[in-house]
Every structure is written in structure tokens, then in C-alpha cells.
Design a protein around this ligand. Structure first.
Ligand code: ADP
Ligand code: ZN
Ligand code: ZN
Length: 804
């Protein structure tokens, strides 16, 4: 007897383990770890992942596996292990981790179809009845008997049949209708049998026999070339002159684009030096995490491309992670141009069917490079030689929903598993990574100069307090407006950057730049409209909103934040002759609009590109000579200990857009706090000084990388219940953790209510807490009943990137 150990699709503590099921005899040879199956569970049938197959069970009564859902495992052995690790590290259920690794198109429960690649006569007797007169059969029908199932298994193994999912319309595979000539007839036969009047039909047959004598041709191509309607083809099929078939067409989102093979530049000296250690680790099959710190325009991408070339030469595979936002056509193009059809691209703009197609190319070993956003880290390669994480500091590598994994951590895990290098690149590495590189946990590779001696742009910081004194209340300083006019005259392009995050949530004195912050946490206080109070989201400290500035007595104290739309109106008023393209969530929500707007700007159809953080990265347009940051402070005062770091990163990225070609670039940063170290170091393009100062801040405040954080958020419709539960959890944790750890809160979450549910949070700060995972898992289990029955949510976020 064989048994399958199955992780069932019920995300709950009591089901977070493998259940044993009997494998029916007819399925015995077909069930493998990593496949999904249907199993009886209580009164229902549910999905589950086969986690292992064994000959023993402790149970006396075992129910049978009902059905196999996958023709081949969707999770490799490595993935099964990786899922266990993710479940453990992020405190989520195993099933949640596994589900997140499978493309959504096949998560449902698609039927399966078998296609033969051989003549029916060549099929084993036991399979013939299923294929009478057809090239396809339903998998479910065939696997009813052990004989048929094992014949099928053999045929699959030698490639004479193929099993695949039968996906529904939109998410399904795109099929191309084809026809081929039913052999043995000549031109004369056609006219004789079809009759001289069937001019069109004869024309079709002649055309096909001339061009596609023994090959299938797409119906559309026949129609276009022989100038006939589909009716004519239908008649020929009915008369038995043509055979109809469908073949799968991959939906290639880049199919109509031509990728010109880029000239492979010879590497600069600093690129050579950065590349060498990666290549060594690859050749020696050694796990080696490398942090590539290279200024904007230093040629990091070329280093990625070269290291992938080496990987391919070794016959291995590579994964390249880029933030969703910078997965622009420009970026993809560089990989496609170099590696052509060896590349699969995975990003969120693809339909789930398109994503599935790309995933399947990887699954079937048809490509060797996967480029994609966060979830591409799960690309099911089995012979990885390299993982690359571009812009490794990006917060979006952390998934904000279950499972709350960080793609960087997963990449490092896979690098260890495959004994290969992991290359993390950035112009502004995260302090966590930089600290590790400084301690030689990662190897630090530096590229401090731009390619081709291009100079970093001049950055000027405008003090907006002075503007206010002059009576200028607009979004533009005089200086910026003058420079904009100048560029409009010269027909050069301008990028204006406005951060929408932090809209109206913090308070600032417009006369002196004073921003109230928490006396205990070194964090900006957040304004709450209800009660007109200022609150700290880390420790709960609160105070009433002041009427005048405690520093200078000014009454110009107000909430902060301006919308892109408002700025656009202002530009129209001040510079009526300028053409503006606005890019924000409102103008880019439709599929493809992001690309279209950028394309139009690249073609010079507008003078000014105004946008939110989505325009901060990846733009490589030669005519941009002026970049304006309208309000550098919006991010600086977010209630987040990474506020200074994010500001520095953003200013660096944004100014990296200017002067990338022959025309020199200029950057204007408008701020109410020009003296802030984030702004001052960004002005001088000095990451190292910034990092030194920021590290000191983190040490003082007890934040990463000196301490680890865990954020626990409690949500429920009943505010009192949320408060009570959060308080109980905080008390419980205080008793459980070591004396070195600190529990902050509970306090109301920065977003105090979402969808009518109130939210409270508490935070654990710790250095070394080996028991913490167990404590948190216990906590989860303890509240299971309440979570399942009363709609209470307790979310646990290890090393959070967001504090909302
Ligand atoms: P980064 O990713 O570090 O910002 P890129 O890789 O985009 O930098 O390189 C900046 C520009 O320099 C690109 O236009 C790229 O094609 C070019 N480039 C990179 N390496 C070289 C090289 N070795 N020789 C000439 N041009 C290069
Ligand atoms: Zn003031
Ligand atoms: Zn505080």
C-alpha cells in the first residue's frame, strides 16, 4: 500500500500538518510529491499538495486520494522545502506558502487534457479507445484503470503524449487554428474531385500544397494569402481534403516588438572588478551573497548581463528580480536583446494566462532566464547558477500579505540551496544589507563612477521657508520656475517629482520647518482628524494639535501634502505653453497606459513629465536636463524609522534621471528642512556619509540593523475588542520574551480603520530571540478559534517594511 502525505487547502492551525491518504492502485504510479490532489476532508472534497509519498501510516482508517490535479509536480523538492522554511520564518501556514508559489491560473482546479504526438496506430491497445479519431482525450477518463494510467505514464515519459491543463477561455492557453493537407493527392486530383467550378477551393489547395506540402499552416495565413473566407476552408475540411488542428500559441506580450541585439560594450575596469568575484563563485559552485553598490549610471545592468552570460555558458539558469515599477519595456528590452528567447518575463501587468505561459516555459525548461518582480523568485528552475536582485533596497520586495516573505531572503535561501552566487545591486543599498556587507557577511562590490566619465548632476536645494517669506505660496520656487521656463525655450525636457505618500498626515510649520515628533521614539507624529490630535504610532504617545509653532510662534502651521492634479493645474496657469504628462495612480491604472505615457514623453510629445514615485526609476531619456523634486519633505516625516533612508534613496534615484547623456543635468530639490542630513548627503551624492549618520540614528533609536522588529496588528469591527485583544497580546508577549526584548504599544495603527475594521498594533524590538517564532506560532494557535469564528485578524509581520 502507498500513502500520500497531503497538506490540505485549509489555512488553519489544526490543519497545518500533513494528513495521510491512501493512493488507489490505479493512481499509484502517478502520484508524486509536489502535485496537487483532491482528497476527502470531513464531508467535503478539497485540494491539497502531496508533500511526501510513503509505504507506512500510523492511521488505521485512511481515506483514498480522489483525483490527481496536476500531470506533473508543480512544486519541486526544493520548493517543498522552501515552503516549509517560509511558513516557519514568516509565521504562516504551509498551505499558504505553497499556494503562493503556484501560478494563479492553475490554482483553481483546471481539467487536464492528453494530446498525442503520434499516430493512433502507435498507441498501446489500452489507450486506443480514448483517442478514436481524435488527438485529444480527457485525462480523467484515462486514469480510471491502472493499466491505462501506467501506459499513459510511459507515453508521457518518452514524449509521445503530453498532458496539460485545460484552462478556461481568458486564462486558458491561446490556441492557433491550423490546417494541413490530408496526404496523397495531386493538383490534378483537386480539380478533378472538387470540380472545375470550385475555383476558390482549388486555389486554396494549390497554395497550401506549394507552401506547406507536409506541414500545418495557420488558418489565418491561408485566408490572407489565398484570399478566401473561412467558409471555403470549412468546406475543404468537411470534404476531407484538409485536416484541422489546433496548436498552442504562447501569449507573448512582447511578440510584436523587435529587440535589436545591443552591441555588447567592453566592460569598464570597475565593471570587470565587480564581475570577477561573481564569476568565481559561479565556477566554484559556491554560495556567495554579493552587494553591488554602484552609483546611478555606473553600469550595473551590464554587470548583470555579463554574469548571466557566464551562467548560460555553464548550462545553468538565472533569476533576475527587479521592482515592479522598474520592470519597464526599457529594462526588459535589454535582457531580451541579449538573451532572446531564453528569457521569460513575469510581471503583474500580464493576465493570469500570460503569467502561466511564462511560468510554464520555465517549468518545461524552455528558457534559462527569468526576469520578474517579487514572485519571480519562485521560478521553478532546478539548476540555478545565479540570482540577481536589482534595486535590492526596494520595500516592494517584501510581500505585504500572507505569506509575508522578503524576496531577498528567499533568493538567499535558494542561493544556498543551489550553491551559487546571489548578486544584490543598488545605488542606495538598504542599511541592513550595507551593514552585512561591512561585516563581510556579504561581499561588497563598489562601482563609484558613472560609465563614460558622465558626471553626476548638480543638485541645488531650495529652502521653501524663504519662498514663503517672499510671499510665494505656490508649489514652485522662483528658481525652479525660471529654470523650467529656460528648458521650455531650449526644447529640453523636465521631470517633476511629487510624492503622494504622506498626504495630509503630518503637520509642519511653514515658517520655520518645525515638525512635531515623538519625545520617545524620534518619529514624526501623525495628525488624526478625529479629536484633532497628534499621535505617535510606535508608542502611543499623543498630544493636542498646537495652534502656533512651539519653535517660532508662527501661525503658519498646517497639514502637509499636495496632489499631482493640483500641481498640474498650477503649471497650466503659470506656463500655459507647456505640454504636461501626468503620471500617477489615476492616469496609469489601465493596462499599458504606463508604457504609453512614457513612450509619448520619450518621443518628445510633452515638455514636462509630472509624476509620483513611479517615475523615479529606470527612465533613461537623453533630453531630460532638469529634474525638480517639489516637496522632498513629504517622505521625510512619515511615521516610519526608514523615513530618512527612503528620502535619501528617492532623491538619489530621481536625480539619477538627469544628465545621463551629453547634455548636463540639473536637479532642484525643494524642502522646508534643507539642513536635514538625508537631503544634504543626497545633494553631494554621498551614500557612505549618509549611511554612517543614519546608522548612528538607528543605533540610538534601537532600530534595524541593530535590532530586529516584529509588528503585530490586530483588527476587528469592534474597537473595544481590538484594544482589549491587543493589550492582552502585549501582556502575554512581555511575559514570554527575554528581558532584552522590548514590547512597544499597543497603539492605534497609522491607518486606524480599514473597511470598518479598527486596527491596533504592537511592536517587538529584539536582538536575539530564538524562542520568538515558537511564541508567535503559539499565539496564532491560541487565537485560532476567535480568528475563525469571530472574524478577528491578528497579523504577524516579521521585519516589516511598512507600518500602516
Ligand atoms: P545603472 O544600472 O548602474 O544605473 P546602466 O547599466 O543603466 O547603469 O548603464 C548606464 C548606461 O551606460 C546605459 O546606457 C548602458 O548601456 C551604458 N553602459 C553600461 N556599461 C557600459 C560600458 N562598459 N561601456 C559603454 N556603455 C556602457
Ligand atoms: Zn515655526
Ligand atoms: Zn513614540
Amino acid at each position: 500500500m502507498m500513502y500520500a502525505k497531503v497538506i490540505v487547502d485549509v489555512a488553519a492551525a489544526r490543519t497545518d500538518k500533513a494528513f495521510d491518504y491512501l493512493i488507489p492502485e490505479e493512481l499509484e504510479e502517478m502520484v508524486h510529491p509536489g502535485m496537487r490532489v483532491m482528497v476527502p476532508f470531513g464531508p467535503r472534497s478539497i485540494q491539497g499538495f502531496v508533500w511526501g509519498v510513503t509505504e507506512h501510516t500510523e492511521l488505521t482508517r485512511v481515506k483514498p486520494v480522489k483525483e490527481i490535479l496536476d500531470p506533473s509536480p508543480v512544486l519541486t523538492g526544493e520548493m517543498l522545502k522552501l515552503g516549509e522554511w517560509i511558513a516557519e520564518e514568516t509565521v504562516c501556514f504551509l498551505i499558504t506558502a505553497y499556494q503562493s508559489m503556484v501560478p494563479s491560473a492553475i490554482r483553481a482546479k483546471p481539467k487536464k487534457i492528453i494530446r498525442t504526438n503520434v499516430e493512433n496506430a502507435e498507441l498501446p491497445e489500452v489507450l486506443k479507445p480514448f483517442f478514436e479519431g481524435k488527438t485529444e482525450a480527457a485525462w480523467d477518463d484515462v486514469v480510471q484503470t491502472k493499466e491505462a494510467a501506467s501506459a499513459l505514464k510511459e507515453m508521457t515519459a518518452d514524449g509521445s503524449v503530453m498532458v496539460d491543463y485545460l484552462l478556461k477561455d481568458k486564462t486558458g492557453k491561446k490556441m492557433t487554428r491550423m490546417v494541413r493537407i490530408e496526404g496523397g493527392k495531386t493538383d490534378e486530383d483537386y480539380s478533378r474531385i472538387l470540380g472545375a467550378k470550385a475555383v476558390k477551393q482549388i486555389q486554396v489547395m494549390n497554395w497550401i500544397s506549394r507552401h506547406y506540402a507536409d506541414q500545418a499552416v495557420p488558418v489565418r495565413e491561408v485566408q490572407e494569402n489565398a484570399q478566401v473566407t473561412s467558409g471555403v476552408l470549412q468546406t475543404l475540411i468537411k470534404k476531407g481534403f484538409l485536416l484541422e488542428e489546433s496548436i498552442e500559441a504562447y501569449r507573448d506580450p512582447y511578440q510584436n516588438r523587435v529587440f535589436t541585439e545591443s552591441k555588447r560594450p567592453s566592460l569598464t575596469e570597475q565593471q570587470e572588478e565587480a564581475l570577477a568575484p561573481v564569476q568565481h563563485a559561479l565556477l566554484e559552485q559556491r554560495y556567495e551573497p554579493c552587494l553591488l553598490h554602484g552609483v546611478t549610471g555606473s553600469g550595473k545592468t551590464e554587470v548583470y548581463l555579463r554574469s548571466i552570460e557566464s551562467v548560460l555558458k555553464e548550462g545553468k539558469e538565472a533569476i533576475v528580480l527587479v521592482p515592479e515599477i522598474s520592470l519597464t519595456p526599457q529594462m526588459v528590452e535589454r535582457f531580451k536583446a541579449r538573451f532572446g528567447s531564453e528569457v521569460a518575463v513575469l510581471h503583474s501587468a500580464l493576465s493570469s494566462g500570460e503569467k502561466y505561459d511564462e511560468w510554464r516555459k520555465i517549468h518545461r525548461r524552455e528558457v534559462k532566464v527569468a526576469v520578474g518582480a517579487r514572485s519571480a523568485v519562485f521560478a521553478p528552475f532546478s539548476n540555478l547558477g545565479l540570482l540577481i536582485i536589482d534595486e535590492e533596497h526596494e520595500g516592494s520586495y517584501k510581500q505585504e500579505d500572507h505569506p509575508r516573505y522578503h524576496a531577498r531572503q528567499v533568493a538567499l535561501w535558494r542561493g544556498r540551496w543551489h550553491s551559487c552566487p546571489v548578486l544584490m545591486g543598488s545605488a542606495t543599498p538598504s542599511l541592513e544589507s550595507y551593514a552585512r556587507a561591512s561585516r563581510n557577511v556579504y561581499r561588497l562590490l563598489e562601482m563609484p563612477r558613472r560609465v563614460n566619465e558622465a558626471v553626476m548632476p548638480e543638485v541645488e536645494v531650495m529652502d521653501m521657508r524663504e519662498e514663503l517669506k517672499k510671499g510665494n505660496r505656490s508649489a514652485f520656487s522662483e528658481q525652479l520656475l525660471e529654470k523650467m521656463q529656460d528648458r521650455l525655450e531650449k526644447k529640453e525636457q523636465i521631470v517633476l517629482f511629487l510624492n503622494r505618500r504622506g498626504y495630509s498626515t503630518f503637520v509642519m510649520c511653514r515658517s520655520c520647518g518645525y515638525t512635531p515628533s515623538c519625545p520617545h521614539c524620534e518619529i514624526t507624529l501623525t495628525y488624526h482628524h478625529t479629536g484633532r490630535k497628534l499621535k505617535c504610532h510606535y508608542c502611543g504617545y499623543g498630544e493636542p494639535l498646537m495652534q502656533t509653532c512651539p519653535d517660532c510662534g508662527s501661525e503658519h502651521i498646517r497639514f502637509f501634502g499636495t496632489g499631482t492634479q493640483k500641481v498640474e493645474e498650477e503649471i497650466t496657469r503659470l506656463l500655459p505653453e507647456a505640454d504636461v504628462i501626468r503620471m500617477d495612480v489615476d492616469t496609469t491604472s489601465r493596462k499599458g497606459s504606463h508604457e504609453k505615457l512614457l513612450d509619448s514623453f520619450r518621443k518628445g510629445e510633452a515638455d514636462i513629465l509630472l509624476g509620483t514615485q513611479m517615475i523615479a526609476k529606470g527612465l533613461d531619456f537623453p533630453k531630460i536636463t532638469l529634474v525638480g523634486v517639489l516637496a522632498a519633505d513629504t517622505m521625510l516625516h512619515l511615521p516610519d524609522f526608514r523615513a530618512s533612508e527612503r528620502t535619501f534613496q528617492l532623491l538619489t534615484q530621481v536625480s539619477g534621471r538627469a544628465g545621463r547623456d551629453k547634455l548636463p543635468g540639473e536637479v532642484i530639490v525643494q524642502t522646508y528642512t534643507p539642513e536635514h542630513y538625508s537631503i544634504q548627503h543626497a545633494k553631494r551624492h554621498d551614500f557612505h556619509s549618509f549611511a554612517r549618520e543614519e546608522m548612528a540614528q538607528r543605533k540610538r533609536g534601537g532600530y534595524p540593523p541593530y535590532f530586529y522588529l516584529t509588528l503585530i496588528t490586530v483588527a476587528h469591527e469592534d474597537a473595544a475588542k481590538v484594544m482589549k485583544t491587543a493589550a492582552r497580546i502585549a501582556d502575554h508577549l512581555r511575559k514570554q520574551v527575554s528581558p532584552e526584548a522590548r514590547i512597544l504599544g499597543p497603539t492605534v495603527s497609522p491607518i486606524a480603520r480599514i473597511k470598518d475594521r479598527y486596527r491596533y498594533q504592537c511592536m517587538i524590538k529584539y536582538k536575539n530571540e530564538p524562542e520568538l517564532i515558537r511564541i508567535l506560532n503559539d499565539l496564532n494557535a491560541q487565537y485560532q478559534k476567535e480568528m475563525a469564528e469571530e472574524n478577528l485578524t491578528i497579523s504577524i509581520d516579521m521585519e516589516p517594511q511598512m507600518f500602516m
